[in-house]
Design a protein around this ligand. Structure first.
Ligand code: ATP
Length: 266
């Protein structure tokens, strides 16, 4: 299949954009250090004067990032620890506000993170239903796909784990179940944060095939990973973030090679 087959031409003749990030900045403000001084009156004064509380720290996690993603692309996000990958993903998902710049997305983006909201005290079964509803599946669709989700995740490979509370799962099993729930339906824009890193080799193969299918169903997949091999095997394009800025955007193999040269030097 050629790249053009996967990316049906837009009415205007070009590829169909699904995410446009235009000069995106994201800033975290962490709570002030408690000094024990200052009552309600001084807090009110600060709010009226728009002054941050003493000790408030600002972290500019993403600084002026711009890119356009298209239908049918799988895009890897790479970069050192703390370079802003997860923050950018959350901003694209609409879970964090931008302090400057704009993110435009077509359809509803779905973020599949390591800390996605599954309930530790509920069984895998219940979480499949809740997670399925949360990703927009109907009860009927969940019933139809339930067996496929359990099989894909492999959580029952070593016993009937799906009927046990998720707190009894290893972190790899939880991550696999989260991925399997999210991957059970097509997404306009699917954002995956490190989900593949925890699976074993067989699961990683299944996941890559499924990501390939999701792209073919005309979605866009973003994948954050510290595994350069996962990025080159799964993605055709990569964005390299360093200290919140976009260092490189291009074919995954070229970007990963440049990033590897950079990490060897540092
Ligand atoms: N909730 C938060 N409050 C304050 N600062 C934060 C918060 N989350 C992240 N940061 C800071 O924002 C910066 C970017 O973090 P982010 O998690 O986006 O990086 P990352 O590239 O995904 O890192 P990693 O590879 O280690 O997962 C870091 O300096 C981090 O300390």
């Amino acid at each position: 299949m050629t790249d053009t087959d996967r990316n049906p031409p837009a009415p205007g003749g070009g590829r169909v954009p699904t995410v446009i990030a235009d000069g995106v900045h994201v800033t975290y403000r962490t709570g002030g250090v408690r000094t024990g001084r200052g009552g309600a009156a001084s807090a009110l004064g600060r709010i009226l004067a728009r002054r941050p509380a003493a000790g408030t720290r600002e972290v500019n996690a993403v600084k002026g990032v711009s890119f356009t993603a298209h239908r049918g692309e799988a895009i890897g996000l790479i970069g050192s620890n703390g370079s802003g990958k997860s923050t950018l993903l959350k901003a694209v998902a609409g879970l964090l506000p931008t302090t400057r710049g704009t993110v435009w997305t077509s359809g509803r983006p779905s973020l599949l993170g390591v800390d996605a909201a599954l309930m530790a005290d509920l069984t895998g079964e219940r979480n499949i239903v809740l997670g399925g509803l949360a990703t927009g599946m109907t009860r009927h669709e969940i019933r139809e796909r339930y067996a496929g989700i359990v099989e894909f995740s492999g959580v029952n490979d070593k016993g009937d784990f799906v009927s046990l509370p998720m707190r009894t799962y290893s972190s790899g099993m939880s991550a696999r179940l989260r991925f399997s729930i999210a991957a059970a339906r097509s997404h306009d824009v699917l954002l995956i944060d490190e989900a593949l890193a925890t699976g074993d080799a067989a699961f990683r193969r299944r996941s890559r095939r499924r990501i390939e299918e999701l792209r073919a169903e005309a979605g866009t997949v973003f994948l954050v990973s510290h595994s350069n091999a996962s990025i080159t095997a799964t993605c055709d394009r990569a964005l390299w973030l360093e200290a919140g800025t976009l260092r490189m955007d291009g074919p995954a193999k070229e970007v990963v090679a440049a990033y590897e040269r950079f990490t060897e030097r540092t």
